[in-house]
Structure formats: C-alpha cells, structure tokens
Design a protein around this ligand. Sequence first.
Ligand SMILES: Cc1cc2nc3c(=O)[nH]c(=O)nc-3n(C[C@H](O)[C@H](O)[C@H](O)COP(=O)(O)OP(=O)(O)OC[C@H]3O[C@@H](n4cnc5c(N)ncnc54)[C@H](O)[C@@H]3O)c2cc1C
Length: 445
Amino acid sequence: MTNDPTPVTPTAFPFSVAEGVAPREREPAPYQGVPGPGFVNWRVRFPMFDFLQVSELLTAEEREIGRAARKFLEAECLPHINRWWENAEFPTHLIRKFGEMGFLGPTIPTEYGGLGASAASYGLVAYELERIDSGLRSFCSVQSSLVMYPIYAFGSEEQKREYLPKLATGEYVGCFGLTESDGGSDPDGNMKTRARRDGDFYRLSGSKMWITNGNLAQIAVIWAKDDEGVVRGFIVPTDTPGFKANKIQHKISLRASVTSELVLEDVRVPASAMLPGVQGLKGPLSCLTQARYGIAWGALGALEAVYTEALEYAKSRTTFGSSIASRQLVQEKLVRMASDHTKGLLLAWRLAQLKDAGKLKPAQVSLGKRDNVRAALNGARAAREILGGSGITLEYHSIRHMLNLETVDTYEGTHDIHTLILGREFTGENALGESPKKEAVGSRG
Ligand SMILES: Cc1cc2nc3c(=O)[nH]c(=O)nc-3n(C[C@H](O)[C@H](O)[C@H](O)COP(=O)(O)OP(=O)(O)OC[C@H]3O[C@@H](n4cnc5c(N)ncnc54)[C@H](O)[C@@H]3O)c2cc1C
C-alpha cells in the first residue's frame, strides 16, 4: 500500500437536479489517486480512509477481501444505488453475485459453502457494503449472521448440509423473524408467536414485524414460544401453507432493502425443522450479537462515504472568496467525522481480534454497535449540512446514508437499549426493567 498525494477530482454526479430528471446511471470514473493524508491506496477508484493505518494490522488475505469487495461494489452498485433507493428497489439480480464474492456467510467453514474467513474479513465486507448503502449490508448481515449463523451454530447436521450451501451461493435467501409489533426491545416479554406440538409436527401461529428480506426469502428462521413457554427457533420454508409475507411500503429509510410483516396462520412444520441446539432467548440474542458486530464495522463504511463526499464538496465550494474547507466551522465538522471514524475503526478491529479469540462479550459488541452507528449518523447529518441545499437531494449520497442510519441506529437494539445494556454491565444495576415472567402457553387459544 502506498500513499499518493494526488488530489481526486470531484466525482461526476449521477444526474442534475436542475434538469428535473430521474437519476441516470453513470460509469465509475477511472482510478485517480487518493484525496489526501489518511487515505490508503487500494488501487480502486476510491481509496479507503484509514488515518491510523489500521489496514496494516490486517492480514494480506483480509486486505484482499476488502479490496475485492470495494472494487466489485464500486462497479456493480455505486453507479445505481441512488436509483434503487429512490425506487425502493433491492437489486435481486446481484444476490448470486454476492454469493460468488463470498459476501454470504464469509465466516462459515468451507465444508458448508462459506469462506472460513476471519472476523475482520467479515467486518470489512460489511464495511464495504455499507459504504455503498446500509440496505445492501442489511441483506448480507441477515443472510450471514441471522440465518446462516443459527443454522451453523444450533442446527442439526442435516439442516446444515441442506441449507448452508444454498444460502452461501444465494440460491436461497433467508430472513429472521424475532421482532413482533408489540415491541422489539423486549422480544421475550412481547413474543406472542406460538409453536404448538402436534405429534411429529409443530404448528406455528403469530406474526412478525419489520423483517428484512421477508418477501425475498425461501426460508425464515422463526422464533416462537413452545408449549412450555420456552423460545425455540424453527426453519420455515416460506412456501409452507399459512405463511405469508407482506411488504412494508412507504419507508423513508433503508429503501433499497425489503422489509416485511410475516403472518403465520397455523403453519405446520415437521419437528425436524426446529433448531435442536438452543433454547431460550439466548438463541436469537446470540445471532444478534453476530449481526451487531458486523454493524459496528458497516456503519464506518457509511461514515467514510459521507466524510469523503463532504470533504470533496468543501474543497470545491467557494463562498466569500475562498473554499468552505478553509472555514473553521466546516473543518470542525470534518475533523469530528474523521476522528470518530478513526476511533471506530480501532474499536472494530479490536472486536475482531476478541471474536476470533473466542473472547468477545455481548456488552463489548453493544459498545461497538452503539458508538459506531451514532458516530456515522452524526457524521451523515454533518455531511448533509456541509453540502447545503444540494445535500437534500439524491444528487449526492449523504442524505441517503443519513436516512438509512436512522434505521441502523434503531434496529438490532436501539441506541438507548445498548446504553442500558452497558449501564448494567458497568454498574451491576439493571435499568432496562424485567420481561414478564415465563409462563406455560400450551393451553391458550
Ligand atoms: C428497517 C428495519 C428492519 C428490521 N429488520 C428486522 C429483522 O430482520 N428481524 C427482526 O426480528 N427485527 C427487525 N427489525 C426490528 C428492530 O430490531 C426493532 O425495530 C427494534 O428492536 C426496536 O423495536 P421497536 O421498533 O418495537 O421499538 P420499541 O421496542 O417499542 O422501542 C420504542 C422506543 O422505546 C425505547 N425503549 C424501549 N424499552 C426501553 C427501556 N426499557 N428503557 C428506555 N427506553 C426504552 C427504545 O429505545 C425506542 O426508542 C427491523 C426494524 C427496521 C426498522
């Protein structure tokens, strides 16, 4: 890796607002160098922002995975993402390519179709996906951490062999149904979905809300309470009679991602569809820990995108006789973004080390998810501000990232819920409150 001080020319924008026309596709400009100190030349159109040279702490394989992901995503996604977002469209034609690139279950062992890659590799994939759009990262996070992980960690050998290779190639898409409409922060206390034993079968009834990939999925990992009131996970083929996915419309965040309500009306699955290796809330919570780890990396990709856009804009925009980049108020915003990114990358890298060593604690992941996402959200708001009026349109990327990050700040545990998890960790006092006591539910209608 070399640092090349050649400045980057401001990007060609996808469409002109003044023309009043829909975004048109654009070819990525050829590689032009790095925008200045702190950027690492990965021989792609946009170099990575890495002020403290964290990439030197990565292995050659990890760097290569990150570089390849960036190159692919810049060619296949960056030119089109604003149109997909505006049209509320997820690029389904890329699902198989995501599989070929190893974006689906990168840490799953090769015998089940994964790459057997390190935690940092997974983090870098999340970073690069979210540098384009949080919706693309959400798709891959759900597939990898919320569907493949529970099947790998808690599934029977038959379940692993049946589903993991198909999920790794993208032949199958999965979704994860935990949240219900009564309140996602307390999934135990608010879980009404039931799995009633019926001989060699279970009958699932209930509904799930805000489920990413719901309308794209061939299988759903559904968390439901059994006859004893114990949370269990089930792999449910979405073509099972009684299963329905309703796409949620009118989102103004994460628009390039499919979000659904799932309705289960007496869905009959064999007992072998249950994940045998886990019971209780620790099943879904351990999946969320995996996904939140990826988000801690991913959010920094979005932060890099908005920082770079704001920096380039500030250098090229002149008011009162000089560039706005020369103004202290603008520099303060840029420095805050760069500083937050730098600290966040070190945090993410350390989480990766702990994860590979098997020492990562959920509360440590809470810190990474909470702080890196809020830093990215604040950065996106500041970038939008630096862009002035132009910042409110899809001519630029910052407002899209900003609106996406409102979801990322909320899902997988809200910012405040992670604050309370950390507060409990540090003080020993539980300010979250208690879920209602577990009760047997088998006799209920
Ligand atoms: C686009 C999108 C995609 C999603 N994808 C999935 C998915 O694939 N699978 C899935 O299962 N879920 C998914 N979710 C659900 C997500 O995880 C929940 O929205 C999230 O957990 C918050 O739950 P809630 O929306 O019900 O808010 P609530 O739990 O009702 O919380 C509302 C507010 O109250 C606050 N609050 C709650 N409890 C406390 C407390 N004890 N103390 C202080 N404040 C509190 C929260 O911080 C929040 O501000 C998705 C959500 C979105 C928006």
